[in-house]
Design a protein around this ligand. Structure first.
Ligand code: SF4
Length: 63
């Protein structure tokens, strides 16, 4: 699965980083950095939780 970020929606709150820090990182300017474009093995549940937990609906998964 591929992780897609709608940068127009992302406000850099960092909830995704708190849930799945191996995949999401908010830089010093509040920009979201994807540490992996694809969902790594072993963290699919965390990534799914982060996608669902984003308050601005900025994240989605694509096949
Ligand atoms: S939780 Fe959503 S709005 Fe917050 S940094 Fe992650 S993608 Fe952006």
């Amino acid at each position: 699965m591929k992780i897609v970020v709608d940068r127009a929606r992302c406000t850099g709150i960092g909830i995704c980083e708190a849930i799945a820090p191996t995949v999401f990182e908010v830089d010093d300017d509040g920009g979201l950095v994807l540490l992996s474009q694809l969902v790594p093995h072993g963290v699919a549940a965390e990534v799914a939780e982060a996608v669902e937990g984003c308050p601005t609906l900025a994240l989605r998964l694509e096949p």
